[in-house]
Design a protein. Structure first.
Length: 261
């Protein structure tokens, strides 16, 4: 049975009601299973259409791409051993965190906030040990935009028209409690809606409004992507998107514009 969310009013840009539903039938994925083809086949059967956007959980993408590490195979270096003493974490996990990070942004007790090689700011460099075999850890994709593009190409060909794809993961946020699904990779549409130059309802010109469209869609899809839900793909329809190759770089604030770095 498909789980659905519907928004009765028109989405941004007009059109029909916004609908989200979990794409069913995606099996437990292992390296080399061919996730794009699996999603494309399910998309055809379950009525995905041109213009729809698919949100795909990072973990299933990482598993398909072989980003699984057996912890027993990790040899901690001196920096990892020192970090383990400071945090109480497994030295092997600390080694993986250091490998996947450009830098450690903040540390408090066992909490490590890292900047990954892709430029994401997240806990433990996005490394996860939940929903994976005991004694293993799952790393973020090497290039989440490329991952999204592979899926987007397969699904677009299968349904006979452009679809968008976002790769998502749950991140914490500074000054806010709880986790929210965010966009790690994007393909097929613009990640940011630039509203600068538009006017509000009072006729005032907008001078700074840029909407993080990819993150908005990821957060909406996250409602149907519970940690134990077993639904790694959510279809979003009824939303207007601007066709483009897409890149998550557009969602990352450059250091020179960051007041907190």
């Amino acid at each position: 049975m498909l789980r659905r969310l519907e928004r009765r009013g028109p989405p941004r840009g007009g059109g029909c009601a916004l609908k989200l539903f979990a794409l069913e039938g995606i099996p437990e994925v292992m390296p080399g299973d061919g996730l794009p083809a699996l999603i494309a086949a399910a998309a055809v059967v379950q009525g995905v259409r041109s213009g729809d956007i698919l949100a795909v959980a990072q973990k299933v993408v990482s598993k398909d791409e072989g980003r699984i590490v057996v912890m027993a195979d990790v040899e901690p270096g001196p920096r990892a051993s020192s970090l383990a003493e400071l945090t109480g974490k497994d030295p092997r996990l600390c080694e993986l965190i250091l490998r996947e990070s450009m830098r450690i942004v903040r540390r408090r007790g066992a909490t490590l906030i890292c900047e990954t090689h892709q430029g994401f700011i997240c806990a433990n460099a996005g490394i996860d040990t939940s929903n994976t075999a005991h004694g293993t850890a799952v790393l973020l994709p090497v290039d989440s935009d490329r991952s999204a593009h592979r899926i987007q190409t397969a699904v677009s060909a299968a349904v006979g028209g452009r679809v968008g794809v976002i790769v998502t993961d749950t991140h914490g946020r500074a000054f806010r409690r709880g986790l929210v699904n965010v966009c790690l990779g994007i393909a097929g549409f613009e990640a940011v809606n630039d509203c600068r130059g538009d006017v509000d309802r009072e006729g005032r010109v907008l001078v700074a409004t840029e909407l993080a469209f990819g993150d908005e869609l990821a957060a909406a899809a996250g409602v149907l992507m519970g940690k134990a839900a077993g639904t790694p793909v959510v279809v979003i329809s009824g939303v207007v998107s601007t066709p483009a190759p897409g890149t998550v770089v557009d969602l990352l604030r450059r250091p020179e514009h960051d007041l907190f770095r």
